[in-house]
Design a protein around this ligand. Structure first.
Ligand code: ADP
Ligand code: MG
Ligand code: ZN
Length: 191
């Protein structure tokens, strides 16, 4: 069989295990001797400026730090089998044509990112990527109040919107884990 492009999207709220799942798949691919490249946005400095992606439970994997979606195409080579992109929401809509190009190049692409903003709006470019994906893995977190499955995350302090982050690097300091909590449908509006 000829190899064809394949897109998997891993989506959900904060803490749902997107990065864990991405790292799990990337590690499996390396066991299979696949050539893997992992990307994260340079704006994501929650764990310092290291060239690694991090999960909340401490898993890590080496990654390229890039500023723009199109930087992905400069790094990927003919030999690359799997392209994995974490925190895809920071790249905005510009990521969509880049993913389309990778799929035309017959790459296996895994994109992980927030399905929604903290105020429950669809977070571009994830909805578009989910609609064109071969496979969508939608994960949920654990509600910080009742322990049910949480499909949302909520900001518990005041400030500017995180949606603006990919255009305004000065907001990065506000993107901190202790500011967001996972909430189920019943508890989203509770204090
Ligand atoms: P994401 O990339 O989706 O933000 P991570 O893969 O970084 O998620 O982290 C997932 C891990 O976070 C879980 O396995 C668990 O250990 C931890 N965790 C912390 N808070 C929560 C929560 N509210 N719900 C689920 N997992 C949580
Ligand atoms: Mg993550
Ligand atoms: Zn709840």
């Amino acid at each position: 069989m000829n190899r064809i492009g394949y897109l998997e999207v891993i989506a959900g709220p904060m803490y749902c295990g997107k990065t864990e799942e991405l790292i799990r798949q990337v590690k499996r691919a390396t066991i299979g001797k696949k050539h893997v490249v992992v990307f994260k946005h340079a704006i994501d400095i929650r764990y310092g400026k290291e060239k690694e992606i991090h999960s909340h439970a401490g898993m890590t994997f080496a990654s390229e730090l890039i500023h723009h979606a199109k930087d992905i195409l400069k790094t990927v080579t003919k030999n690359t089998d799997l392209v994995a992109i974490d925190e895809a929401q920071w790249f905005g809509e510009a990521l969509v044509p880049v993913v389309e190009t990778l799929l035309q190049q017959k790459k296996h692409v895994i994109v992980a990112g927030l399905a929604m903003t903290f105020d429950r709006q669809p977070f571009a470019p994830m909805p578009t990527l989910m609609s064109i994906a071969d496979k969508v893995t939608k994960l949920s977190s654990v509600c910080s109040i009742c322990g049910n499955d949480a499909v949302f995350h909520k900001r518990i302090t005041k400030g500017k919107t995180v949606n603006a982050l990919h255009t305004d690097p000065s907001l990065v300091a506000k993107f901190s884990d202790n500011v967001y909590v996972a909430r189920c449908r019943a508890c989203y509006k509770k204090k």
